[in-house]
Design a protein around this ligand. Structure first.
Ligand code: UDP
Length: 538
């Protein structure tokens, strides 16, 4: 490994001198540890202490300079999972003069992105917590390009999906354990620490039961830009192949099985008159799975991490998620949330096994595979009798594990019925381009004119020009919303109008000041911004 770093030649003496004289320089974005990403020059890492080191000198910079708030609880989250106390980043401080007494630093010449992977053996976590956040963190900072070196500091081995991480940069990612082989004191010439959380859509239930994140900031467009990149790297072409469309049953082979899979496949093929195939992580290469999924119409699978592969489904395709007995689909929605992100354009269907005789439980397995033999008898009985797992926190709830690792014989008529409620004809990818939701700009040149009739009646004529961007757009329906508020009152009269002018006479009083708010609406639900308020005197 050590040869790898020396591919880029650096002037060692100049680098050492710069470190001693300039120390470490850090400038971060973000106001809190949960939204912070930091850029460093000359951040070091002691592989003996397993600590990052910040060297102070006359030229060092530490922004934000938090004092001891840096430990409350940390400078930043090193993984994309929010505020997880095993994923915090910090450094210890030393004067640059201490370098005289320390091991000779080994410089990392590559621009580094330093982060923790959250759970590299689970495909959902790999995509949601690591790959998408890495991809968009790299897009955020122009220094981070295909020559970036990724450093995974969580301390795990490569994990099952290391090949996927390798697609994000031309350089081999390095694991924390490998750093020891490079030297005792590593100094990153230029590095970024932390990950953007902007693309994550799910919280796993560490402090409240799991569910979609409160403020989703990602849409299908960004997700698909990422999958397009991954497909290019995997050499899966996006070009519309002439091959027929089909249904995929994504099966699990170790646990949480579909017991009547063959029967299910036949039934789906017959019902929808489409070729139906199975894939599994165990039996297919990753690019093979992506190639098939990116071309299919319907993905059917047990709840589980493999469903994150619906990232690669074409627009218009359908995701059918199967839930074992006693698992309420509404309570576990990582894949529903993904499929229903705005602009993802997937149809999502959940089916749950409601027949106890169609489930197979494994009370005697180890606890982490759903066994409950270690619990006391009364608790075991309660769990076995229960018809629904109550809401719970992550990650070791035995009732949840017991139920989620059941095998299921799928009741085919009930499944087909649920699918048919949503998919009326043949399921198929939408080939037409997604009518992206573009929002109107402000209306322009708003004016008002008042006319008073007598002492009790008045009229207010308001006119405005179309938003500037409208003349470049084809919009199905353009409407205007106008609010008229008497100055000093906190209620207003709302109107939806089709034209660019209107004369208001209802409830308009003479010798009164009105505030008029106007905005444009495209296609019923694309609400534009209000123009500056218009003051009208009658
Ligand atoms: N996995 C699999 N086949 C199986 C069981 C698991 O491919 O029969 C994969 C699964 O897709 C995930 C990882 O193994 O990537 C961990 O599975 P686990 O059941 O722990 O997590 P879950 O799928 O419930 O998120």
């Amino acid at each position: 490994q050590s040869q790898e770093l020396s591919q880029v030649q650096i002037d060692y003496h100049a680098a050492l001198q710069a470190l001693v004289e300039d120390g470490t320089r850090m400038v971060c974005t973000g106001r809190m540890h949960t939204d912070r990403i930091c850029r460093f020059e000359s951040l070091c890492f002691s592989t003996e202490a397993v600590e990052f080191v910040f060297f102070h000198s006359n030229s060092s910079v530490m922004l934000p300079n938090l004092g001891s708030r840096r430990f409350q609880p940390a400078l930043l989250d090193l993984s994309s999972v929010e505020d997880h106390n095993t994923q915090y980043f910090n450094f210890v401080e030393l004067p640059a003069a201490a370098l005289k007494f320390m091991p000779k630093p080994v410089f990392v010449p590559d621009v580094a992105l330093i982060l923790n992977r959250f759970n590299p053996d689970n495909l959902m976590h790999v995509f949601h917590d690591d790959l998408l956040p890495i991809f968009y963190t790299m897009l955020q900072f122009p220094d981070l390009d295909m020559e970036t070196r990724l450093f995974f500091m969580e301390g795990w081995g490569e994990g099952l999906h290391f090949d996927l991480y390798k697609l994000l940069s031309n350089k081999q990612p390095l694991l924390r354990e490998q750093l020891k082989t490079l030297g005792r004191l590593l100094c990153f010439t230029k590095s970024y620490v932390g990950l953007s959380k902007i693309t994550t859509w799910y919280q796993y239930g560490f402090v409240q039961p799991q569910g979609p994140k409160a403020n989703l900031l990602v849409s299908g467009n960004e997700v698909r830009q990422f999958t397009k990149f991954m497909m290019e790297k995997l050499n899966v072409s996006l070009e519309e192949s002439s091959s027929e469309e089909y249904i995929i049953v994504f099966s699990r082979t170790i646990n949480r099985l579909i017991l009547n899979e063959a029967e299910l496949i036949l039934a789906l093929a017959q019902e929808f008159q489409m070729k139906t195939i199975t894939v599994s992580i165990e039996d297919h290469s990753f690019s093979d799975i992506v190639r098939r999924i990116s071309n299919e119409s319907m993905l059917v699978s047990m709840h589980g991490a493999q469903l994150v592969m619906s990232l690669f489904l074409p627009r218009g395709a359908t995701v059918v998620e199967l839930f074992p007995y006693a698992i309420n689909p509404e309570h576990y929605t990582p894949y529903k949330t993904l499929a229903t992100l705005p602009g993802m354009d997937l149809q999502y269907i959940a089916w749950q096994n409601r027949e106890e005789e169609n489930t197979v439980t494994y009370p005697d397995r180890p606890w982490d595979q759903g066994g409950i033999a270690h619990l006391d008898k009364a608790e075991q009985e309660r769990i076995i009798k229960s018809q629904e797992v109550p809401r719970h926190l992550c990650c070791r709830n035995p009732e949840w594990l017991f139920r989620v690792y059941q095998d299921t014989k799928v009741d085919i008529p009930s499944l087909i019925q649920v699918i048919r409620q949503t998919v009326k004809s043949k399921p198929g990818p939408k080939r037409q381009k997604w009518a992206s939701g573009l929002y109107p700009g402000k209306v322009r040149d708003a004016k008002c004119q008042a006319s008073v009739q007598g002492t009790s009646e008045a009229k207010l004529s308001v006119s405005w020009q179309i938003p500037w961007n409208l003349k470049y757009l084809k919009v199905r329906e353009v409407k205007y919303e106008v609010w008229i508020q008497e100055q000093g009152e906190n209620t207003y009269m709302p109107y939806i109008l089709s034209h660019q002018n209107h004369t208001f006479s209802e409830n308009i009083k003479p010798f009164t000041i009105y505030l008029v708010w106007i905005r444009c609406i495209f296609n019923k639900n694309l609400l534009g911004p209000f123009a500056d308020v218009l003051l009208c005197n009658t």
